[in-house]
Ligand binder design. Structure first.
Ligand code: 13P
Length: 227
């Protein structure tokens, strides 16, 4: 079965020309389903079968300087949107705000990719991690049909550090999230690269990957999406 591989470009690249070039270097017919999430300002320039945003606002219009609404994303035919990334939680996004974004996205029929894992540390065992995730999932999925949400488990200590969680740990956490919240797809993210991707994709309950740094290198990312 095809898995879902999401590229989170974060605040890269620095020009629209480079963004268009990067998108055009990613295989369109990969073995797995692929979503590219460029910075908001490039969303209308990128041509790829599945494009996602990195964040959105929970109101659809009004006096909200600097925000991007789900209606605006919908107008650009954006199909996915990341919410609750730890890098946004670190700058003030609360579980309640994230929940509002998910409601708004589902109303617009855009699939939310809810990131959880903020606050986890490398020393925690599986049960302690589950405790932290429960808070984020209970609040983030409040009043939501969770089967329509993709959840991405990203332990903070694994993001951009070159130290990934073990595939077995990712599998255990995915089983927990699917069983308790009836979420259909759970992704793993955190220092995924062309060498370790297959070990995660091989796990039965890991539904795919959320890839940061390695998604900026076309050759490496094409390797990941074709496992
Ligand atoms: P890295 O793949 O660079 O560790 O980033 C993971 C991430 O935060 C994706 O959202």
């Amino acid at each position: 079965m095809k898995k879902l591989v999401v590229a989170n470009w974060k605040l890269n690249p620095t020009t629209a020309k480079d963004a268009v070039k990067l998108a055009s270097s990613i295989n369109i017919k990969a073995k797995n389903k692929v979503v590219l999430c460029p910075p908001t300002i490039y969303l209308s320039s990128i041509s790829y079968p599945n494009v996602g945003a990195q964040d959105c606002f929970w109101k659809t219009s009004g006096a909200f300087t600097g925000q991007t609404s789900v209606s605006q994303l919908k107008d650009l035919k954006i199909k996915y949107c990341i919410v609750g990334h730890s890098e946004r939680r670190a700058t003030g996004d609360t579980d309640q705000m994230i929940n509002g974004k998910i409601h708004s996205l589902l109303e617009a029929k855009i699939t939310p990719i809810l990131c959880v894992g903020y606050g986890t540390t490398v020393l925690q065992d599986d049960l302690e991690v589950v405790d932290i995730l429960k808070h984020q999932l209970d609040a983030g999925l409040n009043g939501v049909d969770a089967s329509k949400v993709v959840v991405a488990y990203e332990p903070v200590w694994a993001i951009g550090t070159g130290k990934n969680a073990s595939p077995e740990h990712a599998e255990k956490i995915s089983i927990f999230i699917k069983a308790k919240y009836k979420v259909g797809t759970v992704l793993y993210g955190g220092s995924v690269n062309a060498n370790n991707a297959k070990d995660f994709l091989r796990q039965q309950n890991v539904g795919g990957l959320l890839v940061g740094g390695a998604s900026l290198k076309a050759g490496e990312f094409n390797g990941i999406i074709n496992y």
